[in-house]
Design a protein around this ligand. Structure first.
Ligand SMILES: [Zn+2]
Length: 272
């Protein structure tokens, strides 16, 4: 009996080890029970749904800035992966950058596969294109690091247990579909739907990668601490935005940004 349990544990551990991926530019492996081939199409559907239910702003300076900054950072990231000989990593991403009219919402998010939304409420805190680049780098980093997939995997394992996970792993056609709320949670679309946001670990990682990504795109990363100062100073709204509520404390964040700044400045100097 005991031995049976032991061998079961070994199988379980092996299963979990196999189902891990490593996060680019980070010394960390992450749980990934579900492939992006399963997650991305659902994420894209969800994004279309959000677009249908929201007022997407077009033709204003802010809307153009969001698209321009997004595209610029996207290209810089693509260039980086291409230089590493890892272009394939980004194959299934379908980037899109939209500004949604919602002045009360001091937030932005990126769904798995590169679907970004900014709310008009965050634009005054961004202040200008550089501020948008800080937020954009951070959001794109969540998508590149597959934080959504990791979160979905964790939620899935916790909610449905091993039997459902094993169905997913074997790719059984009768496998349960992934509930919408788990996808949205994985997306970090959080506060708009009253769902928990990313963990602090994910937020710190997105801060670091976001700093590098904005720098690669030619945006001065030294703007990042200034943006987060403005964000921390902002109060109001009944529930704190995804952005500050789950983030590391302000002091930790600023000191982490400073720690990562020399490398970010190298990327900035080497950007076109
Ligand atoms: Zn975040």
């Amino acid at each position: 009996m005991k031995r049976k349990f032991a061998s079961f544990s070994v199988i379980l551990i092996a299963l979990v080890l196999i189902q891990c991926s490593s996060v680019p530019m980070s010394d960390r492996s992450q749980l990934s029970l579900i492939g992006n081939d399963k997650i991305f199409p659902m994420s894209f559907d969800q994004y279309e749904q959000v677009k249908k239910e929201s007022k997407i702003i077009t033709g204003t300076d802010d809307a153009r800035t969001v698209k321009r900054v997004g595209t610029r950072i996207q290209r810089a990231v693509e260039q980086y992966f291409s230089d590493q000989g890892e272009s394939n990593y980004l194959n299934d991403y379908k980037w899109e950058f939209n500004l949604i009219e919602e002045d009360e919402m001091v937030n932005a998010w990126c769904m798995p596969g590169g679907k970004v939304a900014f709310y008009t409420g965050i634009m005054p805190i961004c202040k200008d294109e550089l501020g948008v680049a800080v937020v954009m780098g951070h959001e794109i980093a969540h998508a590149i690091a597959n934080h959504g997939r990791e979160r979905i995997s964790q939620q899935y394992a916790a909610q449905f247990g091993l039997s459902a996970v094993s169905i997913l792993l074997t790719g059984g056609s009768g496998g349960p579909s992934i509930p919408t709320d788990i996808i949205m949670q994985g997306a970090g679309a959080a506060t708009s739907l009253g769902i928990l946001a990313f963990s602090r670990k994910h937020e710190s990682e997105a801060d670091k990668l976001g700093l590098y990504f904005m720098a690669m795109a030619g945006y001065n990363p030294q703007e990042a601490p200034k943006f987060w100062e403005r964000m921390a100073a902002q109060s109001g709204g009944e529930s704190p935005p995804e952005f500050v509520s789950t983030h590391p404390s302000h002091d930790t964040r600023i000191s982490d940004l400073k720690k990562n700044m020399p490398k970010a400045m190298e990327y900035y100097k080497n950007s076109d």
